[in-house]
Design a protein around this ligand. Sequence first.
Ligand code: 8YV
Length: 319
Amino acid sequence: MSKPKVILTRRWPRQVEAKLASQFDATFNENDRPLDQNGLRLALEQADAVLPTVSDRLGADLFAGGSRAKILGNFGVGFNHIDIEAAKAAEIAVTNTPGVLTDATADLAVTLLLMCARRAGEGERELRAGKWSGWRPTHLCGTQVTGKTIGIIGMGRIGQAVARRCHFGFGMKVIYHDDFAGDLQDFPALRISKVDQVFEEADFVSLHCPGGGQNIHLVNERRLGLMMRSAILINTARGDVVDEAALISALEQGQIAGAGLDVFEHEPNVPKALRERENVVLLPHLGSATSETRVAMGMKVIENLTAFFEGRRPPDLVS
Ligand code: 8YV
């Protein structure tokens, strides 16, 4: 039997590509640029499996004409760039990569939290620009993290990993809102039923809910207005969870003290108004970007594809 034809939309770590090539008839996107809509349509027409990433927009119209592809093996845990209902209607299975990127993403959320609190980006920019005039008692004083309150929106795997780091590492009080997760047993964290209350009470609000659907602009002008003027917003979830225009105006008006952002509404475009602000830390969607994690994500995609083409249920079937 011939090997299933698989198209990758981007370059993946070398050892994952080698494994894919040994099991499947794999085509790699040599120039490593996101495929446009036409490229994605062709991929769906030509392959048995397409392996997209967050930089590919797979909307309903792409599935409308029918496709040869029977599975989308998404390289990532978040899948709001894929119209799941339309894929389902076209009888295309979708899988993702949960679990393997939890620690890397939680580490990055804490990195942003610390960088914002301790004004690390500002300090680095000043030093690199040759503007550091020497130590002084009042220079770039940030805010203490230890003992403060972290408010987590979305207490899934990544939210919990952030909460643990904050509780055990920094003695922070953890409060959280999650429509689905139950009470946590293994460390103290206070479940809050009203999402607004988390925004009102937390010194740091960290977002760990999925993007899309009802979470679009969950952080809006009204909720930013509920936050303390000393509070900091951290987003390693999805850009569309935050109304970016409202965030910019909250920062400009001093309604909140800062923001640490790894994801944006229109990636890779980041508004100038954010790029020019000192009290924000901006990263180019690095949540899962460790070599170990990216290899583990790729291996998980292969595990799902293998199960699918052997007629078994893929372990990480989304729909
Ligand atoms: C991935 C992510 O790198 O897994 C996710 O949902 O946001 C990132 O960590 C990205 O999705 C790659 O497709």
